[in-house]
Design a protein around this ligand. Sequence first.
Ligand SMILES: Cc1cc2nc3c(=O)[nH]c(=O)nc-3n(C[C@H](O)[C@H](O)[C@H](O)COP(=O)(O)OP(=O)(O)OC[C@H]3O[C@@H](n4cnc5c(N)ncnc54)[C@H](O)[C@@H]3O)c2cc1C
Length: 479
Amino acid sequence: MSGRRPLVIVGGGAAGLAAALAAAPMPVRLLCRSRRGQGSASALAQGGIAAALGKGDSAAGHAADTMAAGADYNNAALVRWLCTRAYAAIDWLVSLGVTFDRDEYGGLQLGREGGHQAARIVHAGGDATGAEVARAMRRKVQGESRIDYREGVDVDALLLRGNRVCGVRVRGEGGFSEEIEASAVVLATGGIGAAFARTSNPPGADGSGLALGLAAGAVARDLEFVQFHPTALDVDGGHCLPLITEALRGAGARLVDSAGAPLMRDVHAQGDLAPRDVVARCVWQAQREGWGAWLDTREVTGDWTRRFPTVLAACTAHGVDPRHQRIPVTPAAHFHMGGLATDLNGSTTVLGLYAVGEVACNGMHGANRLASNSLLEAILCGQRLGGHLARMPQAQPKGAFRWSRRGNTLPEPRRIELRRLLWEAAGPVREESTLERALQRCAELAGQGWQARLAQPLLEAAQQRRTSLGAHYRLDSTA
Ligand SMILES: Cc1cc2nc3c(=O)[nH]c(=O)nc-3n(C[C@H](O)[C@H](O)[C@H](O)COP(=O)(O)OP(=O)(O)OC[C@H]3O[C@@H](n4cnc5c(N)ncnc54)[C@H](O)[C@@H]3O)c2cc1C
């Protein structure tokens, strides 16, 4: 490495990998907890990446669907930026060696998902898009001499000099600890799904990067907007649940109750492909009323081992053959629209600290993300941020050094309690009394661990927004 302080990127999902590759003319240290590419949400992505490539489709149509799903709360200029660059993102991934699924003429196969008015989801390995994308990006990063890629480590503190972030502390197995000075620090640490009792996210999506940013004084926004996926596999007592991709409903699967009656009939004009928040609430309601919810996939035709190998394997592992049996489903925390407030270059409100991907909130997804827009955002914003930082002159921080620490971890029983609390109070359906009770309990737990301190601003934001909007649904809505 040169004498220049490296750029430190925390997180090895799509956002961190894209940022590292774009910044790579400068020395980069990429640090992540996940190992061999496992443990990031990116590697679990199933449905694919949205891009208006079909006949008659357009970036404007993609943007309109993104705004509609986001309840028009999105930043419209950023939505246009995202949708007009989708083709370039797919092209770039192909150049890295991503093998997308193609038809017999060599054209990209396009799937359909909820909230999209057109078939525009580019996918790989049937429902294994994330694994293929992460594989190719990781291989490219590992071949880059300017990127020092380290897995299996946890960043638990940020170093500040004066008011500028200029380093991190890393912890690893066997008491390993290292302090690294950096030209700038990028948080690409993913979402917060694992903070809830039921999630489609990996266990490491616990919001630790968000907690680090908040501890350093960065401003967060839209924390109340959490997307709940309507169809995770309902494994009794499970926390991190296998996802049952929405593409199955695009291929003809239907949500039904225990009596086989269609759940989405007369609920929304788009039926089973209604926006996720609408479908998730319907499934939640059916569970609460004791009807239960199943995905009837028996009419889905074609070769499951090629079209939906991930779902087939997950269901089979739990004793369900989706070709002949209905799949028990539950809503699960899936994606955080809120996060550390950033501009399009990933700048947070703290000098030297950047955020990108799911941990960041630039307003693109509004109050509810459109399906298959997040890998796209992670890649495009990661590339933009990396390029921006590579061009920036290195700042010379002045003043006293100090550490901003994430702090102690809650003991396991309290973490389980907190997950249940968040699920009940800030899950798909919210109301004042449960939010208030959860906040009181969080205040009691706040001294014991960072997870409770992180839950507080999320619950407060959900309490303060008294009107339902997008994925934030108040049973006691004032409008
Ligand atoms: C099951 C599932 C299916 C999905 N399907 C799709 C889809 O089809 N299309 C789509 O667009 N989106 C999909 N999404 C959403 C999408 O995958 C994520 O929003 C996106 O991949 C987030 O990328 P990221 O790089 O921001 O975070 P991640 O991919 O989650 O990566 C976060 C990284 O940060 C690391 N990390 C976290 N904290 C620390 C720390 N303190 N120290 C060190 N490292 C840390 C983690 O180990 C990981 O490497 C899906 C999500 C899930 C869970």
